[in-house]
Design a protein around this ligand. Sequence first.
Ligand SMILES: NC(=O)c1ccc[n+]([C@@H]2O[C@H](COP(=O)([O-])OP(=O)(O)OC[C@H]3O[C@@H](n4cnc5c(N)ncnc54)[C@H](OP(=O)(O)O)[C@@H]3O)[C@@H](O)[C@H]2O)c1
Length: 378
Amino acid sequence: MKKIAILGSTGSVGRNTLQVIKELDNYEVFAIYGGSNISLLVKQAEEFNPLYVGTFFPENKKRLDDTVNDRWKTLLGVEGASELATNDEVDAIVIATAGSMTYDPLIEAMESGKRVATANKETIVAYAHLLKKKLPNMKGELIPVDSEHSAIYQSLLGRDRSQIKRIILPASGGPFYNRKSFEGITPKEALNHPTWKMGKKITIDSATLMNKALEVIEASVLFDLSPGEIEVVIHPESIVHGMVEFKDGSIISQLSMPDMRLPIQFALTAPDHSVSPAPRLSISDVKSLTFYKIDEERFPLIPLSYHVLKESGTLPAVFVSADEVAVNAFLSGKIEFKRIIEIVIEVTKSHEVIKDPDKEDIVKAEQWAYLKANELIK
Ligand SMILES: NC(=O)c1ccc[n+]([C@@H]2O[C@H](COP(=O)([O-])OP(=O)(O)OC[C@H]3O[C@@H](n4cnc5c(N)ncnc54)[C@H](OP(=O)(O)O)[C@@H]3O)[C@@H](O)[C@H]2O)c1
């Protein structure tokens, strides 16, 4: 039996991960970890009977302990997640949390030689500088869950990194790609993604194309690519999830229906493909697959991501943190949709980059961006 620990089990990717494990033979849930949704966490524990149940937030620990009432062992915070990352019984850890709190568990799991299936991109981006240095020397396997990066990972299997010319990341374009103006957009409209069902933050990020901007940096870390080796295209159908162009001009890609259960499952079973309950793609029903160049003037976070990647150091952490603040402000009605983009640009452009930061510098840069973005919102 493969034992899986899931950080962020109460979120969209976390809930899908539990569904996937339920359908897979020889996989069981060893631990689940959430944030504030304690009632769902306990419901999940009742269904999957893990050994450990944890929350990232100290203010929820008492409520968790009282509800759990000694039925399962409880854990708290990043330290508790780190205990799972180094627990010899755990075969793989799924990182499906929001935010950038999971750097330590990620590194510890990689150092312990585990499989790390990561959906969380904020941590990968914020700590890009450190991860690029550390990952090549680590024992563990870092397998992407993000559908685009999963597609690229699959297209690269068995092939040498030196044969890559570039990778191509498709973006659906979100709900507003063809909308003339960004004036008056409500959170409800922005949360209505045309092809994917996801958590709120990533859905808003898909509407501003910040999600794709983060994915550019994520891809650079995961596949050791320079900015010039990454291209983004609009692909409204969300059927082709990622492409790799090789030196001879061949392009290899992965196609499927847009359903996160597929990349989640592959991250657990890779390099094997197992039967999945996700809907299958009927290729003869696909009437057209379209690809367009990005309109970088209307979606300036894409060119900004290349600048952030080139500068690197503390800048990716600032990029992530400013966006988190701005998205929350939009969702709580404090700012207009287009201000999200403006705030990310303003905060990112006003940061004095530390080129070779340590972990503490990155945490401080995130805090600086948090305060700066909040100032702009006031
Ligand atoms: N959703 C998708 O289909 C999808 C696809 C590709 C990549 N991703 C990436 O996967 C990650 C999770 O996305 P999601 O859509 O599943 O998010 P989500 O639905 O908002 O779930 C987030 C999970 O993280 C917990 N959480 C909230 N704030 C946290 C914090 N500050 N630190 C640690 N954990 C926290 C939540 O707990 P509570 O709910 O209990 O508070 C929940 O379990 C993101 O990085 C996203 O970009 C998601």
